[in-house]
Design a protein around this ligand. Structure first.
Ligand code: MRU
Length: 358
């Protein structure tokens, strides 16, 4: 399965080569495939804020490369480069608030810097750390895809209808995806009759990115309005809702794209299983519950306009872009360290002590 999955890897969103960071501009997909080049930490932070790159793991990986770019400039400028690099740490950390992978990746970079030995080249060390963050996310995707697929097969071995939300694929990660990785593996294993992709208003990650990724790979996909999800659960024989996560707290609560919470409520009502797929870098053991997660609010313009054209009445728009699904609505959290069924504080703590599988 691992080899089949690797062979199916077609799309990448982040490319680090010869000291240059290239990002596929996700604001323009699927109409245009444009790569943008980044040479400074501040520009990478802006790319994250503007959602040129998005998705929790992809944001973390991009921030790590952004820090490498920052270190290069600070070292070249001479003086107290470590002190100056603090500005790059903060500009990157301020780019988006909800996905913990961003802070996790920056912490890893900081810790590596703190372990720097005499004679080591700081730039080489930081670059190696960023590449390792990127590579290990790719590996985690493979492990989670296999575990999630086995979980689906355990409950029902026939082709089935799955529903997903937002974009959790190659565009959102360093590999081929978290929730979408599981869906890809399930498709390769003959377990997928059809994937229902929520359009994911207002930014349309589902309509523009998930539908594009799945259609490119020949996975049968239907796009639906977010508001159609409950109806589809009642009428289309959906067996699993499978989503990613931006932050999972110590008690198993999950922050993910706005609309995930209502999907979990509807899934519980209809007896549809609910799976969250996320690497352990998305788990924030420092926060007790989802109530503590900062929820990003984006501009009302994302709701008031369509394709840059005003469509809504002249009113104030409220645009929280993430919500929190309580742990008791979740059947399983799939990570590269293993699966936690019916998550709670004790099970999450146990999981975090484990090594990654494979
Ligand atoms: O605002 P976005 O597009 O960055 O939000 C992305 C999501 O909510 C994803 O579901 C989540 O990051 C998991 S991606 C593997």
């Amino acid at each position: 399965m691992r080899e089949q999955l690797l062979a199916a890897e077609k799309v990448i969103a982040i490319d680090w080569r010869d000291g240059v960071l290239r990002l596929l501009d996700q604001r323009l997909l699927p109409q245009e495939e444009t790569w943008l080049e980044y040479a400074t930490a501040a520009d990478v932070a802006e790319a994250i804020r503007l959602m040129v790159v998005r998705g929790a793991p992809a944001i973390g990986i991009s921030a790590a490369y952004g820090l490498v770019l920052g270190a290069r400039a600070r070292l070249a400028a001479g003086g107290d480069w470590r002190e100056a690099l603090e500005q790059d740490f903060s500009v990157l950390a301020d780019s988006r608030p909800t996905a913990v992978n961003l802070f996790w990746a920056l912490n890893r970079m900081r810790e590596r810097l703190e372990r720097l030995k005499d004679g080591e080249d700081p730039l080489q060390v930081l670059e190696a750390e960023a590449v390792s963050i990127h590579e290990s996310d790719r590996e985690a995707n493979l492990t989670m895809a296999q575990l999630g697929m086995e979980l689906i097969r355990k409950h029902q071995g026939n082709p089935q209808a799955l529903l997903t939300h937002c974009n959790t694929g190659a565009l959102a990660t360093g590999g081929f995806g978290t929730a979408l990785g599981v869906i890809r593996a399930a498709h390769l294993d003959g377990l997928v009759e059809r994937v229902y992709a929520d359009e994911t208003r207002p930014w349309l990650q589902g309509a523009r990115l998930t539908a594009w990724e799945l259609a490119n790979e020949g996975v049968p996909v239907s796009l639906n309005a977010d508001a159609a999800a409950a109806h589809l659960m009642k009428t289309a024989g959906i067996t699993w809702v499978i989503v990613g996560a931006d932050r999972i707290t110590a008690n198993g609560d999950v922050a993910n794209k706005i609309g995930t919470y209502q999907l979990a409520v509807c899934a519980m009502h209809h007896g549809v299983r609910f799976m969250v797929v996320a690497p352990s870098s998305t788990i924030d053991m420092a926060l007790e519950s989802g109530d503590d997660i900062p929820i990003e609010e984006r501009e009302g313009r994302e709701l008031l306009e369509l394709g840059g054209k005003r469509v809504a009445a002249d009113v104030h728009a409220v645009n929280p872009v993430f919500d929190v699904t309580p742990a008791d609505l979740i059947d399983a959290i799939v990570t590269e360290k293993g699966i936690v069924e019916r998550p709670d504080t004790a099970k999450l703590a146990q999981l975090m002590c484990r090594k990654r599988l494979h």
